[in-house]
Structure formats: structure tokens, C-alpha cells
Design a protein around this ligand. Structure first.
Ligand code: CAA
Length: 258
């Protein structure tokens, strides 16, 4: 499928989606978001895809929602369209593992897209921020919510209220990103992580993702119960038998998602 604002490929069971509106620093207009949602849906239903990487350019993962597209809209228009409810949240609804590989600016909606991914690998050039306050608004796709859960209240308030940017080192220290790598190595490291995930049983990786996300929405006791029950449930899979037998027999497992 051809897209105007994305470059898409599938290799070694990894779906790679590159946001591609270079002239606007990958600003997220409605067309790009619709294409991203469509692409994620198609990767979700494609058995060849077992993990997904979303990236941007060297200069920008994405510099936010498209300000030119939004600037003239009225309250009634954005409210009736429920702007940013559908397409922008598709990453959050994707059940397959999704990694964000971030270089350069990840601002506003760009930072929010990255935070919807399961984890972020950042280049040492990455800059994260929620600068919506400079536009007279607040974040609209999770910047006041996910950022607070990821880095805590103090830093989230600081970022959202001052609009300042956080560099990659501070983002790693704060728990926003899982690793920082030299910019030249970003795609190699992100694709390698995705390939490692793709080698596992997809029933297990999807379950792990579900358990972590469920835990974020519930108490520790509820989360632990959910985890224990899905752990038990995985004993109904052939992949559990294969994984454990392979360990005992000192060989590599051959998972079949069954
Ligand atoms: N929307 C639309 N266009 C954007 C954009 C955005 N978010 N960010 C950058 N662009 C465009 C610029 O208008 C410029 O276009 P022209 O060449 O046609 O003028 C082009 O991309 C290059 O940008 P700059 O010339 O500004 O590049 P720079 O290197 O000087 O600065 C920057 C880079 C600091 C990222 C700056 O572009 C910037 O501040 N961008 C806006 C960041 C922002 O406010 N993001 C939040 C958007 S609102 C939002 O996301 C709401 C939400 O939560 C959903």
C-alpha cells in the first residue's frame, strides 16, 4: 500500500513506519494521522509482522500536531470531530509491540505519539517537549497524562507549564526513554530490539504488553492478579511447552504462535 506521508517496509517480521513530511518536520496533520492509523491496522492484521518500529527523520520524530491545520478551527469543530480521539490514538490500541525510535524533535503530539509506543529508544540528538502552552493551549493526546505517569508530577508540570525541552540524557534519567544511543546507531539498535521481540512467541509478547498496560490502569493487587491469570493461561499454549522443553533440552526454541 502506498502512503503520501509515510515510508513503510516489512523486513524480518518487523514493520517499519517512517513518518515522512520533512518540510513540516513531520507535523501531524489529519492525513498523516489517518495514514498512520490505516498502516498500523494493516500491520496488526498481517501475520508477517510481529513487532513494529515507528521513526521520523534525523531532525524530527515529529514536531507536534500541525499548527497551521488547527489554528483556524473553532471549539464546535474540534469538539464535534472529537479531534485526536480516533486516528491519533491508534498506536495505543495496537496489540502488537511498538517501539518508537526518536531522533531530533519529539514535541507536542510527537512526544505524545512516542509515549503511546511501548518503549522509546532515543538518539543522543532527541529533544522531548510539550510546548503547547506557548500556543495558548494544553497538550491534547496525553501530554499532561502519560508524561506525568512516566516521569512524575514535578517534571511533567515543569515541561507542560514552561514548555521547555528535555534532552535525551535527561529523558533517560527520568524514565521517559529506555535507552539512548548515538544518532548513527539509532535504527540499527531499534530494529535489533524489534527483531529480538519478533523471535519470541507472539502470544507471549502480546500478553506481556497487555499485562503491563493493564497494570498501569489498575491497583497493584489487580495487576498482579491479572498477571498471574495470564501467566497460567499461557500454559495452554504450545509455545510454553516448546519454550520450556527447549531450555531443558539445551536448544533454541521454535515458537509457532500456537
Ligand atoms: N505544525 C506545523 N508546521 C510545523 C510544525 C508544527 N507543529 N513544526 C514545524 N513546522 C514547520 C514550520 O512552520 C516550518 O515550515 P516553513 O518552512 O514552511 O516555514 C518547518 O516546519 C520547519 O520549522 P522551523 O523553521 O520552525 O524549524 P526550526 O529548526 O527553526 O525549529 C522547532 C524547529 C523548534 C521544532 C519549531 O519548528 C517549533 O517550535 N515547532 C512547533 C512545535 C510545537 O509547538 N509543537 C506542538 C504543536 S501543538 C500539539 O501538538 C497539540 C497536541 O498536543 C495534540
Amino acid at each position: 500500500m502506498a502512503y503520501d506521508n509515510l515510508i513503510v517496509s516489512i523486513n524480518d517480521h518487523v514493520g517499519l513506519i517512517q513518518l515522512n513530511r520533512p518540510k513540516a518536520l513531520n507535523a501531524l496533520n489529519s492525513k498523516l494521522l489517518a495514514e498512520l492509523a490505516k498502516c498500523l491496522k494493516s500491520m496488526e492484521s498481517n501475520d508477517k509482522v510481529r513487532a513494529i518500529v515507528i521513526t521520523g527523520s534525523e531532525k524530527a520524530f515529529a514536531a507536534g500536531a500541525d499548527i497551521s491545520e488547527m489554528s483556524g478551527k473553532s471549539f464546535v469543530e474540534v469538539y464535534r470531530a472529537d479531534m485526536f480521539n480516533e486516528d491519533a490514538n491508534m498506536i495505543d490500541r495496537c496489540r502488537k509491540p511498538v517501539i518508537a525510535a526518536v531522533a531530533g524533535y519529539a514535541l507536542g503530539g510527537g512526544c505524545e505519539l512516542a509515549m503511546m509506543c511501548d518503549f522509546i529508544i532515543a538518539a543522543d540528538t532527541a529533544k522531548f517537549g510539550q510546548p503547547e502552552v506557548n500556543l495558548g493551549v494544553c497538550a491534547g493526546i496525553g501530554g499532561t497524562q502519560r508524561l506525568t505517569r512516566l516521569v512524575g508530577r514535578a517534571k511533567s508540570m515543569d515541561m507542560n507549564l514552561t514548555g521547555r525541552f528535555m534532552d535525551a540524557e535527561e529523558a533517560e534519567r527520568s524514565g521517559l526513554v529506555s535507552r539512548v544511543v548515538p544518532a548513527k546507531k539509532l535504527m540499527e539498535v531499534a530494529l535489533d530490539a524489534a527483531e529480538r521481540i519478533a523471535e519470541k512467541s507472539m502470544i507471549a509478547t502480546m500478553t506481556i504488553k497487555e499485562a503491563v498496560k493493564r497494570g498501569e490502569e489498575s491497583s497493584l493487587a489487580e495487576g498482579l492478579l491479572f498477571e498471574r491469570r495470564v501467566f497460567h493461561a499461557l500454559f495452554a499454549t504450545e509455545d510454553q511447552k516448546e519454550g520450556m522443553n527447549a531450555f531443558v533440552e539445551k536448544r533454541e526454541p521454535q515458537f509457532r504462535d500456537k
